[in-house]
Write a protein that binds this ligand. Sequence first.
Ligand code: PGA
Length: 255
Amino acid sequence: MRKTIIAGNWKMYKTLKDGQELAVALRRDLYKIENTDIVICPPFTLLGFLADALESSNIAVGAQDLYWQEEGAFTGEVSPAMIKDAGCLYVIIGHSERRQFFDETNETVNKKIKAALKCGLIPIVCVGENLQEREADKTFKVIEEHINKGLADISASDMSKIIVAYEPVWAIGTGKTATPEQAQEVHKFIRGLLSKIYGQEAAEGIRIQYGGSVKPENITELMNKPDVDGALVGGASLKAESFAAIVTKASEVTK
Ligand code: PGA
């Protein structure tokens, strides 16, 4: 049985006061949830503050990116140890917005995953096709490349710590969610790829989140699919009411 994991990706939203209010509200609304891992990923500037605000709660904090070097003259970058030091347990790697706007490639994703693992951070690795690729029937090809190259040379024991997030780019921030069937089809394909590399038993243990316009209204039907183990939530994670509803509903799904 894979434990459900719901993560909120705040992207480039929220200054300190708003972020603290949201964290405090989530702590209040979600303290009873035990069967689901809950993560929030605020901007770098808030990480330390919110890790403090959420200390000894059931909500963990993650960063939205990292750089793979340990330290050095890399102006503007943040190292894995700095993220760990700020109180984070997770880090999102390879989000489509980073692939699209900041030259993230499968090769840099691979370096970042290795650096995160080395430091004891849990990577949430994003994969997914864009609309053009889906329409050209290239979804599986793109996913295969993201998985094979992004996860190159990752050992089975390291892989067991990694979370994969399937995020079809055409569903991100568009209000257009993949149908539960579309999500399940790709999640199953991803598990099959992982099974080829790491064996079936290991692949069965790896958690795969769905991301792309997840809302309180669609989380239950997505979670009802056998290979959907959680969600990476953007827009709906910015309000306590909607994120708490998503977490609560996800926690109520039994498989
Ligand atoms: P969305 O974003 O929920 O706003 O579509 C998801 C994501 O980018 O992780």
